[in-house]
Design a protein. Structure first.
Length: 265
């Protein structure tokens, strides 16, 4: 088990070997890895994202601004990519074996947004960057807080500024943008459509040609049309921070108003 902890450590555990067998069973700890560097400490070094597996490497973002890659076999850090911002979202693995990383605005001179990393290219790791508008809301200064959802060549994400984006992560727009640290010019992907739905730290989900997105203003159901536009089908107004799930044709999500909601046709 690779468990990323809020104290900034990655604990690697053996669940088949227990230290004790009683009311609370504790697995054996194989090792722990620090997911921060003292020179880049922002004060808390909390890891809030979840790890993802790609090609025998566990990737995990840290709030010190780095993305670490831990080789499963050696249990050593073999990849360390610095973005510099607060990183809360869990990376998403694309169908072309890349990572989509949510980038917040905090601690960087440029914009937050979504960064696509091609891990097979050690020279030009950044395949593209999609910046979003800055906006101060609650404790955030802008960017993308939740994770990116993918389906085939498409991805969707929401920003703290309040926009839901539908992007083709395999195609370039022909334009360039500045990287989050404003030191490089990067390609940017094709934007298929966008809709303003209110500030969000939630992760939208894609089910076939439907998108369910939660924000501080409500939950929104969109249809992706045949020409890849977002068509609003329905909405329900109350505040959400959590990410919805779909089970047996129903949508479940917990709200800031204290209720757990179930939506169906």
């Amino acid at each position: 088990i690779f468990a990323a902890l809020e104290n900034g450590l990655m604990a690697i555990l053996n669940p088949s070997e227990l230290l004790s067998e009683n009311k609370f069973n504790f697995p054996t700890e194989i090792t722990t890895i620090e997911l921060f560097e003292k020179k880049n400490k922002f004060g808390r070094n909390i890891v809030e994202a979840s790890p993802v597996l790609l090609n025998n490497v566990i990737y995990i973002p840290s709030e010190n601004g780095n993305i670490y890659g831990i080789e499963v076999s050696s249990k050593q850090i073999i990849f360390n990519y610095r973005i510099g911002s607060d990183l809360d979202g869990t990376p998403s693995v694309t169908n072309d074996s890349c990572l989509l990383v949510a980038v917040e605005k905090q601690h960087i001179p440029g914009y937050g947004g979504v960064l696509k990393l091609n891990l097979s290219d050690t020279v030009n790791t950044e395949e593209w960057f999609f910046p979003v508008k800055n906006r101060n809301f609650e404790d955030w200064a802008g960017g993308v807080i939740g994770s990116v959802s993918t389906l085939n060549n498409h991805c969707v994400f929401t920003s703290i500024e309040g926009t839901l984006y539908l992007v083709d992560h395999t195609k370039f727009s022909g334009e360039t943008v500045l990287s989050p640290d404003m030191k490089k010019k990067l390609k940017t992907p094709v934007l298929l459509d966008k809709k303003y739905i209110g500030p969000s730290i939630s992760t939208p989900i894609i089910i076939d040609n439907k998108i369910i997105a939660c924000t501080y203003t409500g939950i929104y159901l969109f249809e992706i049309t045949s020409d890849y536009k977002l068509n609003l089908l329905d909405k329900f107004i109350t505040g959400f921070e959590s990410t919805p799930i779909c089970y047996n044709g129903k949508i479940y999500v917990a709200s800031r108003d204290g209720n757990l909601y179930c939506f169906s046709d």
